[in-house]
Design a protein around this ligand. Structure first.
Ligand code: F6R
Length: 608
């Protein structure tokens, strides 16, 4: 997804912009550009491809002298990835320049109106409309022009703007697209995410919807849409840049896989107090919990997969009916939301457009929304009635691992708490579940020990065409995630199937040598799974199994077996997913692919 950085201060802006943009590379992008205000006015350089190209083109930024500037990494939505479509975008006489994240929904209408007034467009982007619209309204007062366009524009935006008439000012504004301001002794910054400014400051302001900010080198002033000055408090960022860098690992993905024991412990431990599960931020009494008649878990991608596991866990433990929904479906399918329903939105970034829209849909219908979110201060975190943070820390690799694991942990905590509050489990059983939860971080650590074995096995499948994942119950949910992890970073076609469903069509795809990964962590379903493994094996499949230690019988049917330690049957996902994450990682590595930034994908999907 696009990234924004802006700087105004005493230092040269371009190197700071390039450095800041490099910290946002994880968001995914296809082109980049910077605008710097120098002696000759505002100069723009843009380039398709990696930031390295822009860096080389500008000689590390030295070709653009000046101490004020804005930069952008673009992930194409309107118009193909190209130099022309890359941001920043100018108005006609190059006196106003804009970078934009988000989508202007009424841009075609606005474009036609502007064209009828003589404005000429050079790009296919929705963003260029903003530059010309600002030009149209600008009469010497940037704030006035910005608020005027805010009344005309529909959609989402975070903007960084420079006006040639105001060399000592940098403007920014947001609606439904993240934007922060960093305050440092050596100048001030804007960015779409905290890592871009962390090298310079830990004091950041989170800009809310329809707030405008004017930065000078030593002052930051906030305004509302009525041009009234407002005051805001900075937040001190606790984590540092090291946390967002690779720390010796070859890729962020591997580093983040290895951070899972800590991430899960950080998510679980603060909520386990004196033998009880205490989730203060839930804002619900036991009485409120007893009233819940139904839960919807709504999310996208891997976060949705945690919801599929969550359904089994909430239903099995707390006996509350659960529907799991893809946010992109939920928001348009007019779901039946009765009173006493709880909607849980799960999101690492807290900015996923469909998840945010689903949240708003539920809230508009008067339904209580709980966010399970990783990024503090993100849109979903702010808009949910209550937010339970997953403490995974910044996740940089596009393919999620540690955030996924903490989303599971958060749902386990909720399900056990709900089960106890509703009297479905006794105090003794509660103690047992808590003890199992507390063991998970060490058990994950133990499973990570299978790394070399998985790597050797993965290297045999670098040329595979199709790989299947099968499981039943929670093991089906694990298969969904194992399959996504593999396909998104290795580009090998892969599908996950509820094991009993395979024979209803898909089994015709199994041929000599096809790899089928079978997940068997649910003891009561072992025999059923073994039958399904036999079915594919007799059709030529090579079977890899992931199962609990002690289930040696599986070796008669599987060609390769990975064992995970025993845990409560509701928590097995946290352990069984580890070898599958490693498998995806090593196939991608073996194929020499860009593991952390797979093609066509973005870390934070802030458009529909
Ligand atoms: C896959 C992956 C995505 C995200 C999905 C939701 O590895 O990371 O499928 O899970 O885009 O993102 P968040 O959790 O930020 O809402």
């Amino acid at each position: 997804m696009c990234g924004i950085v802006g700087y105004i201060g005493d230092e040269q802006a371009a190197p700071i912009l390039l450095d800041g943009l490099s910290k946002l590379e994880y968001r995914g992008y296809d082109s980049a550009g910077i605008a710097v205000y120098g002696d000759q006015g505002i100069k723009v350089v843009k380039a398709t491809g990696r930031l390295k190209v822009l860096d080389e083109l500008t000689h590390g930024g030295s070709m653009l002298p000046g101490t004020t500037g804005i930069g952008h990494t673009r992930w194409a939505t309107h118009g193909a990835p190209s130099d022309i479509n890359a941001h920043p975008h100018f108005n006609k006489d190059e006196s106003i320049v804009v970078v934009h994240n988000g989508i202007i929904e009424n841009y075609l209408k606005l474009k036609k109106r502007l064209q009828s007034k003589g404005y000429e467009f050079v790009s296919e982007t929705d963003t260029e409309v903003l530059a010309h619209l600002l030009d149209y309204y600008y009469e010497g007062d940037p704030l006035e022009a910005i608020t005027k366009i805010m009344h005309r524009v529909e959609g989402s935006y975070a903007l960084g703007i420079l006006f040639r008439d105001h060399p000592d000012e940098l403007y920014a504004v947001r609606k439904d697209s993240p934007l922060i301001v960093g305050e440092s002794g050596d100048g001030n910054l804007i960015a779409s995410d905290v890592p871009a400014v962390l090298k310079y400051t830990r004091d950041v302001y989170f800009i809310e919807n329809e707030e405008i900010v004017c930065l000078t080198k030593d002052k930051i002033t906030f305004y509302n849409i009525d041009e009234e000055e407002i005051s805001k408090e900075p937040t001190r960022i606790g984590w540092d840049m090291e946390a967002a860098e690779k720390g010796g690992y070859e890729h962020f993905m591997l580093k983040e896989i290895y951070e899972q024991p800590k991430a899960v412990a950080d998510t679980l431990n603060p909520r386990i107090k004196d033998g009880k599960i205490v989730i203060d931020e839930l804002g619900m009494t036991d009485e409120d919990i007893r009233k819940i008649k139904k839960i919807f878990i709504v999310a996208c991608g891997s976060a949705y997969h945690t919801g599929v596991t969550g359904k089994y866990v909430f239903e099995g433990l707390a006996r509350i009916p659960v529907e799991v929904d893809l946010a992109s479906e939920f928001r348009y399918r007019n779901p039946i939301l009765e009173p006493d329903t709880l909607v849980i939105i799960v999101s690492q970034s807290g900015e996923t457009a469909d998840s945010l829209a689903a949240l708003r849909e539920a809230k508009a219908r008067g339904i209580r929304v709980l966010g399970i979110v990783n990024v503090v201060g993100s849109s979903i975190a702010r808009e949910a009635d209550n937010v339970m943070y997953t403490w995974a820390g910044p996740e940089i690799s596009v393919a999620t691992t540690k955030a996924y694991s903490t989303q599971l942990a958060a749902q386990y905590l909720l399900a056990v708490k709900f089960a106890h509050a509703r009297g479905v489990i006794t105090d003794e059983e509660l103690a047992g579940y808590i003890s199992d939860l507390k063991k998970l971080p060490d058990q994950i650590e133990l499973v990570l020990g299978c790394k070399e074995k998985v790597q050797r096995f993965a290297n045999r499948y670098l040329a595979a065409k199709d790989i299947f994942f099968i499981g039943r119950g929670i093991d089906y949910a694990i298969s969904l995630e194992g399959s996504l992890k593999l396909k998104e970073i290795s580009y090998i076609h892969s599908e996950a199937y509820a094991a009993g469903e395979l024979k209803h069509g898909t089994i015709s795809l199994i041929e000599e040598g096809t790899l089928v990964t079978a997940v068997l962590t649910q003891e009561e379903l072992y025999q059923k799974m073994i039958s399904n493994m036999v079915e594919v094996r007799t059709r030529g499949a090579f079977v890899m199994a992931v199962t609990n230690v002690g289930n040696q019988e599986v070796e008669k049917t599987a060609d390769f077996v990975l064992y995970i330690p025993k845990t409560n049957r509701y928590f097995t996902n946290s352990l069984a997913i580890i070898p599958l994450q490693l498998f995806g990682y090593y196939v991608s590595l073996g194929k020499g692919l860009d593991v952390d930034k797979p093609r066509n994908l973005a870390k934070s999907v802030t458009v529909e």
